[in-house]
Design a protein around this ligand. Structure first.
Ligand code: PLP
Length: 411
């Protein structure tokens, strides 16, 4: 790890209001203790086995392998977690730390809503009070997720300041934390933010990489040649890469959201485009998509979970050292890759995860049959039915939505 606490090369750090010092130090301490307590990891593993299908399978994609006629394609099935993605690994881990800190309330901010649902689920399971901050615009866009958060007992607060999206929700969540830090833990959703969050979230997600390495060795007797993961904040990528970073023969490839194409400026590609620059925001130092005055730019992706201006400081460092290669995939490539995975293999990857599939599909034909690649299917695509049906211009879906709306108008 970094020589300087919480730094990875020049990235990371802990840029927080002074008033949070005692709280964040408390969190660092409970995390350090847990890390050195084998009993804690065992408790975490057992919880995830009983509550969330761990270990998730590593599936050989035989049909896709035949179709591309290149390397063998294996898929790590994080879609089979409870609530449908790797996000539960992180929130359940933090939930165990909240218990150790004897706090009773959790807060989180969410854009697409998936992290909000995962956090509200964890809070229901552990009996914590839960408040979720969400930009007002996102509340309107993500009704199904808001519906579930509320059923799970969370209070969803629509944030009406600024552009009423994720960054505004982050500010509100920080304000809440400052006001209630004695009782409240801030559950960050990805491997970003102030130290110790990037390292801590990576640690919980490393369960993915630990399992994957064991599974591929058992199944094939070999390490993979390449591992692909999509990169939003970077937590599923860090999770699976963690299993292989020390094995320098394994190439790790992170796929970012290319949106409508890098040239259009409508994307969320921080590391695989020249459009981002180094800055400090939201508690940490990393590559941000920002203008010359440090104002965050608008980003776009067909996958709401990849649509973020910053990126894990650990991944920024791994880019600079050359250990991880970064590429991007456009919305159109992602829809094509998703359709192929569904048709050929019966897998339904989330739009986020489909970026990893798109990146892998682009390269796999050029590899040899004895080579092995692993794709991290970070989540399941059921949640994306609205976006996918639109993208595929499915007329029967449109009729269905119209009929539903008609029923409400009539009643
Ligand atoms: C949230 C989400 C992501 C993006 O977050 P990371 O921290 O980059 O992993 C990726 N895949 C799915 C399915 C998600 O829900």
């Amino acid at each position: 790890m970094a020589a300087h606490k919480g730094y990875f090369g020049e990235f990371g750090g802990q840029f927080l209001p002074e008033i949070l010092h005692a709280t964040i130090t408390g969190l660092e301490q409970v995390f350090e203790t847990a890390k050195h307590d084998p009993g804690f990891w065992k408790e975490y593993e057992t919880l995830m086995q009983n509550y969330s299908c761990r270990p998730t399978p590593l599936t050989f994609a035989e049909n896709l392998t035949k179709y591309f006629n290149g390397a063998q394609i294996w898929v790590k099935r994080e879609d089979l977690n409870h609530t449908g993605s790797h996000k539960l690994n992180n929130v359940m881990g933090q939930g165990l730390l909240v218990k150790r800190m004897k706090k009773t309330r959790v807060i989180a901010e969410t854009g697409a809503g998936q992290h909000g649902v995962a956090t509200a689920t964890m809070a229901a399971k552990f009996g914590f009070e839960c408040t979720i901050y969400m930009g007002e615009v996102d509340v309107l866009r993500q009704r199904p997720n808001v519906f579930w958060m509320e059923r799970l007992g969370a209070t969803v607060v629509p944030v009406k300041t600024g552009s009423r999206i994720l960054k505004d929700a982050i500010n509100e969540a920080l304000r809440d934390w400052v006001g209630n830090m004695d009782t409240t833990h801030y559950v960050l959703g990805t491997a970003c933010g102030a130290h110790p969050f990037p390292e801590m979230v990576t640690w919980f997600q490393s369960i993915v990489g630990i399992e994957t390495k064991k599974q591929i060795l058992e199944a094939t007797g070999k390490l993979p040649d390449r591992v692909y993961a999509c990169v939003g904040g970077g937590s599923n990528a860090m999770g699976i890469f963690s299993g292989f970073l020390k094995d320098t023969a394994v190439e790790c490839v992170g796929i970012e959201a290319g949106g409508r194409g890098i040239a259009t400026g409508e994307h969320a590609t921080r590391l695989a485009s020249p459009d981002a620059s180094i800055g400090v925001s939201q508690g940490y130092k990393t590559f941000f998509l920002q203008d010359d005055d440090g104002q965050m730019k608008e980003t776009h992706s067909v996958a709401a979970g990849l649509d973020y201006v910053g990126v894990s400081p650990i991944l920024s460092h791994l880019k600079e050292t050359g250990r991880v290669r970064f590429e991007s995939a456009t919305d159109a490539e992602v829809i094509t890759a998703l359709s192929l995975a569904v048709k050929k293999e019966g897998l339904i990857p989330a739009l986020e995860s489909s970026h990893a599939f798109a990146g892998a599909f682009r390269e796999v034909s050029q590899m040899a049959p004895e080579q092995i690649i692993i794709i991290n299917q970070s989540g399941r695509g059921d949640k994306d039915i609205f976006t996918i049906a639109d993208a595929l211009h499915d007329p029967k879906w449109r009729d269905y939505i119209k009929d539903k709306a008609g029923e409400y108008n009539a009643s």
